[in-house]
Design a protein around this ligand. Structure first.
Ligand SMILES: [Zn+2]
Length: 263
């Protein structure tokens, strides 16, 4: 019998999944030096205040991270309900707030996309309002589960599936903080949007570098959030990607809900 780690160990702690490969990060996205952080592999940028997860799964490993274990074991480990329950529960808090922020800016019938749509509840509501919607996810098992919940079409893949300037609006909720290259992800949205198109963006953002100390263990949990952005860095990335902020006053879970417009 081998004593080496097995894939089934991931059912206990996905951070121990032996299929994952990790890499070190030694700089902030802004180029700033990293200072010691409070827990696990988190460090804090001395330049912009962004929190950086300095031990992260490689880009190739992200398909495993967001594969079969993510919407079951991983979510359960941080105390989050299963996907199907979240589809219902999200109507109790976040979805009405997102709708209130976004819909005043939308044309009567918009084409709306979401890359990494999760439980797709916001797309589901927008479809019910008469908009044309499409979501994407990478995992076939997740897409099959979503098909039981909603008639929103979910395509397998990402930004490469779509033509440039083909959306009136896009949504990005709880995705940016999971990515190796969030600036590139914002630029992809800029490409996919029509001139003047909108991006509803929600990701953990702090005004002061010490704010994330009060974040939950789930948010800081070492594996799946790669960045917790300072407002300074987020503003710089948004501007560099060709967006302007047209609304940021509403907050959910303590951080702003941004409505961005393609310049
Ligand atoms: Zn920085």
């Amino acid at each position: 019998m081998s004593s080496s780690p097995k894939v089934t160990d991931a059912l206990i702690d996905p951070g121990n999944d032996p299929r994952l490969r990790f890499e070190r990060v030694d700089r902030c996205l802004c180029g700033g030096n990293l200072l010691e952080g409070p827990i696990w592999e988190w460090m804090i940028c001395g330049g912009c205040g962004t929190w950086v997860n300095t031990k992260r799964p490689t880009e190739e490993s992200l398909g495993i991270v967001y594969g079969e274990t993510y919407w079951t074991t991983t979510q359960a480990l941080v105390g989050a309900p299963p996907l199907e329950r979240r589809f219902q529960l999200d109507m109790n808090d976040r979805i009405p707030v997102y709708l209130k922020q976004l819909t005043p800016h939308l044309p009567a019938t918009a084409r709306i996309g979401e890359l990494g749509c999760g439980n797709a509840r916001l797309l589901h509501e927008l479809k019910g309002m008469g908009h044309e919607v499409v979501g994407t996810e990478y995992d076939a098992g997740l897409i099959a589960r979503l098909a039981q919940l909603t008639e929103v079409p979910i395509q397998r893949g990402g930004a490469e599936l779509f033509e440039s300037a083909s959306f009136d609006a896009m949504l990005s909720l709880d995705v940016l903080e999971h990515l190796h290259d969030p600036a590139a992800f914002l630029r992809e949205h800029q490409r996919l949007l029509k001139p003047g198109g909108l991006l509803l963006l929600h990701t953990p953002v702090h005004e002061r570098a010490n704010e994330p100390y009060r974040y939950s263990v789930g948010l800081l949990w070492k594996l799946y959030h790669l960045y917790l952005f300072s407002r300074q860095l987020l503003d710089e990335m948004v501007d560099a990607a060709g967006f302007e902020v047209i609304a940021d006053e509403a907050r959910m879970f303590g951080w702003p809900i941004f409505v961005l417009r393609k310049r």
